[in-house]
Design a protein around this ligand. Structure first.
Ligand code: ADP
Length: 372
């Protein structure tokens, strides 16, 4: 296996669409890097550049330290797995697995050994004589993985490999794939638009928007310390609540949040209160995760809201509200509440927010520094 680096890469397609802007990323040997972002943000382009299916307009691509910009695809030794598994329909599973090796002129003994190895690893032994149409979606997906594996590539590139599977199978295969990649210690770039998939499969996750890298971090860090409002609003389901507000000095010397006409006192730890104070009275965007909002019986430290909807999920209720007195466009919040509690539309509820979990972003959307 090998490390992968992108150094200041731009990609402009013929016709002038710039898909990638000044993209730099270092993936270590054996690391699983998930690339995530909305459709059209440039994820597939990044894989295609590394595989050699397209050329970078600017910048350097390295595999195992060596510059590969000018190497033809077959000499880069990367294997790609796509969403449409593209198995040969008239060939058995065995023949599908053998195919990439035959193309390489390997000896029959070597081919048989590698196919047996991949089949065992992926639990395909029983299926070797079947045709793709005699397999389930999950099994076909495993054969596609096997076809990438037998070549013993230095890097795996996976482009939405699970997106054709139904929701349940997807979660099952995701767990299998995660375990397999861990066992192989395979350097992997895994493209998905699904943040949950990125968070479960990536050792680190790189978030892209409009061809630009927004943040790269381990899943927990991405969740707990999003670098900007885009990442905050993309990671998490439901994502972080974002709303415009200001910080005011409260009468007792503390800080309070001003949302329209309402104020809510903040109980901040002393260390972060100092950091926040710098931002007094500035127009800011605040962020709070749905699980850090609570129903408040005590009216002092809470925000008045009105229920717009409630999703009863059994183990929890997602309560959708609008903050009273704010412009409807920016007043929606979602609270994740344990268990089931009936709510009706139009009902007034008070929500308190866990001040220590409050995120702040400047007018440029970038997370405020020094909040402890
Ligand atoms: P993603 O994989 O994140 O959905 P892509 O990498 O496929 O995004 O596409 C990134 C951008 O580049 C999009 O705006 C897309 O329309 C454009 N694009 C992709 N392939 C081509 C191409 N061959 N020619 C022109 N534009 C392209």
């Amino acid at each position: 296996m090998a490390s992968v680096t992108y150094e200041r890469v731009d990609k402009v397609y013929p016709g002038g669409t710039q898909a990638i802007f000044d993209f730099s990323l270092a993936v270590s040997d054996g690391e699983r890097m998930a690339l995530v972002g909305p459709s059209g943000c440039g994820k597939s382009t990044l894989l295609r550049l590394l595989a050699g299916l397209d050329d970078a307009t600017r910048g350097v691509l390295r595999i195992g330290g060596a510059v590969v910009n000018d190497l033809p695809p077959q000499r880069r030794n990367v294997a790609m797995v796509f969403q449409d598994y593209a198995l040969y329909p008239h060939m058995t599973v065995r023949a599908n697995l053998e195919f990439p090796l035959k193309m390489r002129d390997q000896s029959r003994a070597d081919i048989a050994r590698q196919v047996a190895w991949a089949a065992e690893l992926l639990g395909l032994d029983e299926l070797l004589d079947r045709l793709p149409r005699q397999l389930s979606g999950g099994q076909r997906q495993r054969v596609a993985m096997g076809r990438a594996l037998v070549r013993q590539p230095t890097v795996f590139l996976m482009d939405e490999p699970l997106s054709n599977l139904d929701a349940r199978l997807r979660v099952q295969i995701r767990a299998e794939l995660s375990e397999l990649l861990e066992r192989l210690s395979a350097t992997t770039l895994y493209v998905t638009h699904d943040q949950a998939e990125a968070m479960t499969l990536g050792d680190r996750v790189a978030v892209l928007d409009h061809g630009r890298l927004q943040q790269v971090a381990p899943p927990q860090e991405l969740y707990e310390r999003p670098a900007n409002t885009f990442v905050a609003g993309f990671i998490g389901n439901p994502p972080m609540n974002l709303f415009s507000a200001r910080l005011n000095a409260a009468s007792g010397g503390g800080l309070q949040l001003r949302l329209g006409e309402q104020t809510a006192p903040l109980a901040l730890p002393a260390t972060s209160a100092e950091g926040w104070r710098v931002w007094l009275d500035a127009p800011l965007t605040f962020g709070i995760r749905p699980e850090h909002l609570r129903l408040a019986e005590d009216c002092e430290e809470s925000v008045r809201t009105t229920v717009s909807d409630a999703e009863y999920l059994g183990h929890e209720t997602l309560l959708h509200v609008r903050v009273d007195g704010l412009d409807p466009a920016g007043s929606a919040l979602v609270a994740r509440l344990p268990g089931i509690r009936p709510f009706h539309k139009g009902e007034p509820v008070r929500l308190s927010l866990d001040s220590a979990r409050l995120h702040g972003f400047g007018s440029d959307g970038v997370a405020l520094a020094g909040l402890g």
